[in-house]
Design a protein around this ligand. Structure first.
Ligand SMILES: Nc1nc2c(c(=O)[nH]1)N[C@H]1C(S)=C(S)[C@@H](COP(=O)(O)O)O[C@H]1N2
Ligand SMILES: [Mo]
Length: 330
């Protein structure tokens, strides 16, 4: 049996101090556009300035400045809230591979995110190993503004760039026998210093049913605020399930496996009574150690009511009508 230690997100968090935005966004976008004419190194230097890079939460390794193909915002998904100020989601993170506090972004940025490949295997007709750059071009990108609700009772509203997971499933063609999707995070011991904490069940595994994976909301993310996804947010390739608690959204994925066995996730292995397989957001089902009735908005600190399915019930409630015996809310 594993010894469970108290750390990080086992307690609802305290208020974060909003930090000022260090870089002018327009200048960055212009620089990204002009990038074709500059060497990667000159680009990085112009973007971040000598000596300032260590205080910049965006990718600063020149090799990590790939272009994102153009992406239009999809108006179908209206968040009903203001966007979180853009510095907060890239400087306040949960990513235990890099450490169990919220300030892991400088450490995470030591991980090169380009080139990067993702293996898709298991019960599919066309398994393969896909380069993220190729996949983005092949499928095309869109932007979606989603709310993210962490089980710790904080929340953000974020413009993600990416594509529906269903589009990748169309390429690999799941077999009829596949019931679940297993999501495995990369293990990069050179930069992921958290992997040395051997009491955690690495690699980080998450999972969902094939029906959940095929739902229109399930989104593969490769960018945030119009820029390539920084490592601390799970760059270059992570998943989001906006109606589930944030811990389901596996970061920096290396492998996606279609299977007929229900995957046992990282947090389920550590503490199954608190962090289960389904983890759908529900304000009326408290976490064993705190209420889930409200959430604190990162950036403003405002406290607002939490909504069932994080407000996405119209898209996903029908997935669960025949699963009433399952522990759907934890
Ligand atoms: N591999 C991996 N994925 C992870 C985590 C993690 O520690 N490791 N933390 C999760 C948690 S608890 C949350 S709330 C979200 C946070 O995503 P963000 O940092 O982009 O806000 O990532 C999730 N994905
Ligand atoms: Mo979380």
């Amino acid at each position: 049996m594993r010894i469970h230690r108290k750390r990080g997100w086992e307690l609802p968090d305290h208020a974060a101090t909003p930090e000022h935005v260090a870089l002018n966004r327009r200048a960055l976008m212009a620089a990204a556009g002009a990038g074709v004419m500059l060497s990667a190194e000159a680009q990085a230097q112009w973007l971040f300035g000598r000596g300032r890079s260590s205080n910049d939460p965006w990718q600063r390794n020149p090799a990590d400045l790939p272009d994102l193909p153009p992406a239009m915002r999809n108006p179908r998904y209206q968040p009903g809230r203001a966007l979180t100020p853009e510095r907060d989601p890239v400087t306040y993170n949960n990513f235990y591979e890099f450490g169990s506090n919220k300030d892991i972004w400088p450490t995470a940025q030591r991980m090169p995110t380009s080139p990067w490949t993702v293996k898709v295997d298991g019960m599919v007709e066309q398994p393969g190993e896909f380069a993220v750059d190729d996949l983005m071009k092949r499928i095309g990108l869109e932007e979606r503004v989603y709310r993210l609700r962490c089980v710790e009772a904080w929340a953000m509203t974020v413009p993600w760039t990416g594509f529906q997971l269903s589009k990748l499933l169309e390429i690999v063609k799941p077999l009829g026998s596949a019931k679940y999707v297993r999501l495995e995070t990369a293990q990069r011991p050179d930069s992921m210093v958290g992997l040395r904490q051997s009491w955690y069940p690495w690699p980080h595994i998450e999972g969902c049913t094939v029906e959940e994976a095929a739902n229109e909301l399930t989104f593969i993310v490769t960018g945030i605020y119009g820029r390539p996804l920084p490592a601390q947010n799970g760059g270059p390739f992570r998943i989001v399930f906006p109606w589930k608690y944030g811990f389901k959204s596996g970061k920096s994925l290396a492998r996606i496996t279609l299977t007929d066995e229900r995957p046992k996730s990282f947090w389920e292995t550590l503490q199954g009574n608190e962090y289960g397989f389904w983890a759908n957001v529900n304000p009326e089902v408290p976490h064993p150690r705190w209420s889930q009735a409200t959430e604190r908005l990162i950036g403003t600190g405002e406290r607002v009511p939490t909504q069932i399915f994080n407000g996405y019930g119209e898209f996903v409630a029908s997935l669960y009508t025949n699963l009433q015996n399952e522990r759907l809310w934890a």
